[in-house]
Design a protein around this ligand. Structure first.
Ligand code: ADP
Ligand code: MG
Length: 729
């Protein structure tokens, strides 16, 4: 039999080095080439229009259609000079990708010809026929149109011949059908709350912005091998496959030399990303073989999210050009590390103060402690919800496995910060009363003023770690839209800061000195956040038991974790902070449960197909060969001699039967379990059934398939093996 698997291996290795793009200019010269950034706004817009647009972008002021028309005219001029013929609104529906619908710039000139046209209205609003995007029932199919509206805070950009306009996507009645709309509301909420708290320390602050620096992990596999693995193709992960004899145990991949083919891919990707204004900075090998990471310099959160969505599609595109497929699934291979997307998050003021970094003086340090402690208050209060924000059918495989953060949200602060908090907590009211000015505070908490927090103090097992001037939320999945996590985090911090301010103001109203009032509330809060603070090994079993005792959310079932979105405290938080209404949350949960079910359903189908159409026929064919051999041996040897010689093959023959019958029996049982689940109408119940009754079959059946992989002749096995998939030559 001509084996497809071997053909593709050969083809893959024969691939010639690819031509890659190497511009003559330096990165600083082509950075943002395809972005209508501030510099191009200045160049292409009349000064009054430029000033108005900056006001819209910087201060969120209202953009009227007259100005929008003028902005559109400027954008059109630039776009046409770049060879652009089409434009699209680019939005982030509640699937994990982005959506676009391209319209040509063309309009009738009413003189029998056509002209290039692009108006303010087209820039500002479109009505994509969006009935096939998930809406959780908010937008019934008969009112199929949602509309997309321009987000001027994220600049328009060009891909190929198309002008891409970042937009929010909402229903006719105003409910969010995407990630961007609630993210922008969450960012507005945290801006308001943080600015007000800032005024205790820095009355001149006008605005606080959330920053996000994501670190995108991914795997590359050879395109030819990928094509021979229906599971990778259809589900993004390998559903079966025995461990490679060598994988990551030598610890030789992390920061190791990047293979040439991969280096070429990375270079190409980075150039294209820089041209799109994504400030790529770091690239390196990750821990697992074929695993890599790309990280840009942090940016304003909304822009960083857009850039992450953009880079994920760019990665997929550029990988194909280099004969690879890019896997963004959180756990493409069993037994080695999965991929995450660490989200480095912090707050900063318009005058450049990093609120999660120690200040230069005592007051700055008190501000730092305030923002750290109130962030932890948010994480403590909403730890279950934060977990829900990062949970998915694919990320559930990663949490708690091979060096990934556990499925319990806790925070690591490091030795220095822990000591500072302890010091504040145990300072007494007596010493408090002596604190009047900055000097006294300086004396009372000696480490703080010139605190430089050592950020090499790392705990890789912590899902939410303080790293010197920011928090690093490590539980976010590689293929997720990080907006989901950012919506929850920013809203929760907005709520905590609002609550903090209310309590401090109450004390001030009673005549207590402002700093004393702040310290008093902080002391209470430092006690309150203790359950979330954990410096130990987050992977250990002891921590699971301990976390349970501390009252942290320890649920591991993905569909049940989603319930956190609808808990009383979550609904109150989202409504109070004006981010989402209860029925929006309900609708979004419908989508989450439905997506979960569909993902497991697809995996189960692919699994059944591979088991019954690849594995069983091949195992049976190999078994027949063995049986054939047994007969032939019996033909030519005397009975006793033949029995002796056939013993090993006889054992193998029965072993194969044991495995195949287990597989067949359980694939049938899995199909039955699916049928039962499919009859259930309620989306939550259905997802729970898929989680509890269907998915568990994967592990047990896989065990037997992987055993067969070790028994069956290598040249007969049709699926590329881990050792072939995982080592790029
Ligand atoms: P790591 O050691 O975790 O790989 P890096 O130095 O590579 O850390 O930084 C990871 C990301 O964190 C980068 O995107 C970086 O720009 C970002 N980052 C650095 N400082 C901040 C900050 N104050 N707020 C948000 N992100 C930040
Ligand atoms: Mg990191």
């Amino acid at each position: 039999m001509a084996n497809l698997r071997f053909n593709v291996v050969e083809k893959a290795f024969e691939k010639k080095a690819l031509e890659i793009k190497t511009p003559e200019e330096r990165p600083s010269e082509y950075f943002g080439k395809y972005v209508f950034n501030q510099q191009k706004m200045f160049q292409y817009l009349p000064l009054d229009v430029y000033t108005k647009l900056r006001d819209v972008i910087d201060n969120g002021s209202y953009l009227d259609l007259e100005v929008a028309d003028k902005v559109a005219a400027g954008i059109k001029k630039w776009a046409i000079s770049m060879g652009v013929t089409h434009c699209t609104h680019w939005f982030q529906p509640l699937t994990e990708g982005t959506a676009e619908k391209h319209d040509a710039f063309l309009e009738h000139d009413y003189k029998g010809g056509m002209i290039e046209e692009f108006t303010g209205k087209e820039l500002v609003q479109q009505e994509p026929d969006a009935s096939s995007f998930p809406s959780g029932g908010i937008r019934c199919t008969f009112e199929a149109r949602g509309y997309s509206a321009w987000d001027p805070s994220s600049p328009v950009f060009i891909i190929g011949d198309t002008l891409m306009i970042p937009t929010i996507f909402i229903s006719y009645t105003g409910e969010a059908l995407d990630y961007k709309a609630p993210l922008k509301k969450a960012l507005a909420a945290v801006n308001k709350a943080a600015t007000e708290v800032c005024h205790y320390f820095n009355p001149e602050v006008k605005k606080v912005q959330a920053n996000l620096g994501w670190e995108q992990e991914y795997f590359l596999v050879d395109e030819g091998l990928y094509a021979a693995r229906p599971d990778l193709l259809l589900t993004g992960r390998s559903l079966m496959g025995h461990d490679s004899a060598k994988n990551q145990q030598m610890e030789d991949h992390y920061f190791g030399a990047i293979p040439t083919r991969v280096a070429e891919f990375m270079k190409d990707l980075e150039i294209q990303a820089l041209e799109l204004g994504i400030p790529c900075k770091t690239r390196h090998n990750e821990v697992a073989p074929n695993q890599f990471e790309l990280a840009p310099i942090y940016e304003e959160c909304n822009l960083a999210v857009d850039h992450n969505m953009l880079i994920m599609s760019l990665m997929r595109k550029v990988a194909r050009k280099h004969g690879f497929r890019c896997l963004l699934h959180e756990k493409p291979f069993k037994g080695i590390n999965g991929s995450g997307k660490h989200c480095n998050w912090s707050l900063a003021t318009d005058n450049g103060i990093l609120l999660h970094a120690p200040g230069k003086d005592a007051l700055g340090s008190l501000r730092f402690i305030t923002f750290v402690v109130e962030t932890l208050m948010a994480v403590h209060k909403h730890n279950g919800l934060l977990k829900a924000s990062i949970m998915s059918a694919s990320n559930q495989h990663r949490l708690g496995a091979n060096e990934a953060p556990p499925a319990i949200i806790s925070s690591f602060l490091g030795k220095q910060l822990t000591e500072v908090l302890k010091k504040i907590e145990t300072s007494t009211s007596d010493t408090m009363e002596t604190i009047k000015g900055k000097e006294k505070l300086h004396l009372d908490i000696p480490q703080i003023p010139d605190l430089s927090i050592d950020n090499t103090d790392r705990n890789r097992t912590s899902p939410f770690a303080f790293t010197g001037n920011r928090f690093e939320f490590r539980a976010v999945g590689a293929q997720a839209n990080c907006a989901a996590a950012m919506i929850v985090l920013n809203t929760a911090v907005a709520e905590a800061l609002t609550d903090f301010k209310a309590r401090v103001d109450q004390l001030i109203a009673k005549g207590i000195d402002q700093n004393a009032a702040i310290l008093d509330i902080l002391r209470k809060d430092i006690k309150a956040i203790k359950p979330i603070h954990f410096e130990g090994n987050g992977y250990s079993d002891e921590w699971k038991a301990e976390a349970q005792k501390r009252g942290l959310d320890c649920e591991t079932s993905c569909p049940i974790i989603y319930d956190n979105y609808l808990s009383e405290s979550s609904v109150k938080m989202f409504e109070d902070m004006n981010v989402m209404k209860k029925y929006e949350l309900e609708a979004r949960n419908e989508i989450k449960w439905d997506t979960f079910t569909k993902k497991i359903q697809i995996e189960a189908r692919v699994f059944g197909d591979l088991a019954m159409n690849h594995v069983i026929p091949i195992a049976t064919r190999y078994q027949s060969m063995l049986i054939d051999n047994v007969h032939k041996v019996a033909d030519i040897f005397a009975k006793e001699e033949a029995q002796k010689l056939n013993a090993d093959n006889m054992a193998l023959i029965s072993k194969i039967s044991l495995h195949t019958s287990y597989i067949i029996e359980h694939v049938h049982k899995m199909v039955e379990a699916r049928k039962v689940a499919n009859k259930v109408e309620d989306t939550r119940e259905k997802a729970i059934l898929y989680h509890d009754k269907v998915a568990p079959f994967f592990e047990s059946i896989r065990y037997h398939i992987d055993k067969l992989e070790l028994i069956v002749a290598d040249d007969m096995w049709t699926l590329p093996k881990y050792r072939e998939l995982l080592f790029i030559r």
